[in-house]
Design a protein around this ligand. Structure first.
Ligand code: ADP
Length: 302
């Protein structure tokens, strides 16, 4: 990597936003990302976090910048400030604030912060969706505005993942049973009408940590307005959040008693996405979830 040339590209974009140029002193590769390579940039002024991706992934980094800005503007939780995106040769880049992250900190506050963000509710006539399509990992995520959550979750979340699974080699039975499940979705919403909360959208433990003061930091979001239970379900899918986190959440925004029934429905989206991205045993997990969910509806007319 020619860092001098790359910093010229960074500075051209920073100047467009009236931000001061940076002068890189040294760089340090950071591991842990799923999709991108990342670096800590030590500069004469401050430290920056730089994400690099293949050129065609520029829209993913641009969406991440928009999502981080949305979290910041909600004034409810902390995340890195994004400064600029751009391209350099065959790379796309995203430059943001560097935060020294640690795995432990104030778990109760992390739950409270998420609950505060979920209190940001979109009350427009078509509240579910987002102003642009974005990405969950590397998978495109449709965010077409909708007035109906059940329609949105079926048509813009489960269905595209089921369709993609067919291109990725999943058996057609997965698609067929998944379609059945989409038709049955109203079963889980007979006594529950979710509001359109601002969501992180990709909230597994790898996308949240704490700063050196132990304050919660959230990053790598895939925002949209939707049922807040989707974020909670994802925190439980791969674990990593302690009982204090849920206690803190509950203090600010109690959870509906039907959440336990809907949880596998919301985890299914991420299981399908993980199969589509990584293959492997996620397929069996998704198949099992669909069968168990359909089993719940057996005695209903759906
Ligand atoms: P990817 O999009 O490739 O999954 P992430 O956004 O999850 O990448 O970042 C990869 C790793 O870099 C994270 O696990 C985290 O430890 C660290 N990280 C993310 N954002 C920052 C930041 N702004 N400052 C410092 N470290 C960060």
């Amino acid at each position: 990597m020619n860092w001098l040339e790359l910093s010229e590209s960074l500075n051209t974009q920073l100047a467009k936003q009236d931000l001061p140029p940076i002068h890189i002193l040294s760089t340090h590769a950071i591991s842990g990302g799923d999709s991108h390579t990342a670096y800590q940039l030590h500069t004469t002024a401050q430290n920056y976090f730089l994400k690099l991706a293949p050129l065609h992934q520029l829209p993913i980094l641009e969406a991440e910048q928009h999502n981080l800005n949305a979290l910041l503007q909600s004034n409810t939780l902390s995340c890195p400030t994004p400064y600029a995106t751009g391209t350099y040769q065959d790379h796309a880049w995203l430059l943001m604030e560097f935060i020294l992250l640690t795995p432990s900190g104030n778990e109760t506050q992390r739950g409270k912060d998420l609950a505060l963000m979920h209190h940001q509710i979109n009350r427009k006539p078509q509240p579910f969706g987002w102003f642009e399509d974005n990405f969950i990992g590397l998978t495109a995520q449709q965010n077409t505005w909708s007035s109906d959550w059940v329609h949105f979750y079926g048509q813009h979340r489960l269905l595209p993942q089921l369709e993609l699974s067919q291109l990725k080699g999943a058996p057609s039975t997965l698609y067929q049973s998944g379609r059945k499940l989409i038709n049955a979705l109203p079963f889980w919403f007979q006594d529950y009408q979710p509001e359109a909360s601002l969501l992180h959208g990709d909230l597994w433990a790898g996308n949240s940590a704490f700063n050196s003061e132990g304050e919660p930091i959230f990053f790598d979001p895939a925002c949209y307005y939707g049922d807040r239970e989707t974020d909670l379900a994802m925190t439980e899918l791969f674990h990593g959040f302690s009982p204090d986190f849920y206690q803190g959440y509950h203090e600010i925004f109690p959870i509906d008693s039907g959440y336990q029934q809907r949880k596998p429905l919301y985890q299914l989206y991420h299981q399908l996405n993980h199969f589509n991205l990584f293959g492997g045993t996620y397929l069996q997990q998704a198949e099992q979830s669909i069968q168990q969910l359909l089993q719940q509806t057996k005695h209903s007319f759906f």
